[in-house]
Design a protein around this ligand. Structure first.
Ligand code: AMP
Ligand code: MN
Ligand code: MN
Ligand code: MN
Length: 297
């Protein structure tokens, strides 16, 4: 096990665990410090900061976690590609300063920059002038993403809310849904492993895949060395959780060798006014092996 990996005591996982959330280093609203304070208030004892394609918020979050006496794992949510499908792979307990993470982040930085220009060009064609500057301003020093375009469209008075911005212009199949050659899922798992972390398939039910396709995604994720799957992410009803567990069982049944897929969970918190994905609001079902078993002392 690489030295960079943090080991966890029983105390660290005695309260709420939240292994998926965003700060203003990507598309979250809170600063890393404010995020950690809010997690503490919510009873979180183990938190992973998993900003999209960046670890820039980690140092500030760590300083706050030391103050608040909560255990923080360095994490990231890497954008990746499974065939033509975009998937999100969370890296947990990575070494944020590793060369492998540096390369993975730089690659996506360039792709995001190119994509932002293309999104802006397409929005300008539809009469939304100043989109690039606006989205960049809202992203600040953080990684730019579609939510910043959505926020700008709302701020500029073009649309009433961000949901509509995705529905009309930024979501799947819309003008601002630019095809990007994100690194492949298997490469992404490799980058996370090279950085000493565990690779977790984020929110399996949010890709809009049929059950058959989802099963093959899980099988390929496992075959490529993936470690865990988010069994609970954000707002999710018990039926959906059972669906994921059933899929994991089926993947396990066809698996001939290798380790089982572990269970992860996270709120996918982005901002305070979304109670359906509040920090520390998720819990694993009974009977699953949690991903943090990898790091228990
Ligand atoms: P990006 O990584 O830049 O492509 O942006 C993806 C992010 O956009 C996700 O992590 C969500 O935070 C946000 N997002 C995606 N779809 C929607 C939607 N329909 N409504 C609001 N936010 C969304
Ligand atoms: Mn996001
Ligand atoms: Mn995601
Ligand atoms: Mn996320």
């Amino acid at each position: 096990m690489p030295l960079s990996q943090r080991l966890l005591t029983a105390e660290a996982v005695a309260g709420q665990v939240d292994l998926h959330c965003h700060s203003s280093a990507s598309d979250g609203i809170l600063s890393p410090e404010a995020l950690v304070s809010r997690a503490k208030l919510a009873g979180v004892t183990l938190l992973a900061l998993t900003d999209h394609d960046t670890v820039a918020g980690f140092a500030a979050a760590q300083a706050a976690a030391d103050q608040e006496n909560i255990v923080l794992l360095p994490g990231i949510e890497l954008t990746a590609r499974w065939g033509r499908q975009v998937v999100h792979i969370v890296g947990l307990n990575i070494d944020p300063a590793s060369a492998a993470m540096g390369v993975a982040i730089d690659t996506r930085d360039q792709l995001r920059d190119q994509r932002a220009r293309e999104i802006a060009a397409r929005l300008e064609k539809r009469g939304f002038v100043g989109a690039l500057e606006g989205a960049r301003r809202l992203a600040g020093a953080g990684v730019i993403g579609r939510p910043h375009f959505a926020r700008w469209l709302v701020e500029a008075g073009h649309l009433p809310d961000e949901g509509k911005a995705f529905k009309r212009y930024l979501g799947s199949g819309k003008a601002g849904d630019v095809a990007v050659a994100w690194p492949d899922m298997a490469d992404t798992i490799g980058s996370i492993h090279a950085a000493g972390g565990a690779a977790v398939l984020a929110h399996p039910l949010k890709y809009g895949l049929t059950r058959m396709r989802l099963q093959s995604l899980l099988g390929e994720f496992h075959g490529a060395g993936g470690d865990a799957v988010e069994v609970v992410c954000g707002q999710q009803n018990p039926v959906q959780t059972r669906e994921i567990l059933a899929l994991l069982e089926r993947v396990g049944a066809v698996r001939e060798k290798g380790k089982p897929l572990l269970a992860s969970l996270g709120s996918d918190f982005h901002q305070p006014d979304q109670p359906w994905r509040e920090l520390g609001s998720v819990r694993l079902p009974e009977g699953v092996e949690p991903v943090w078993a990898l790091w228990r002392t």
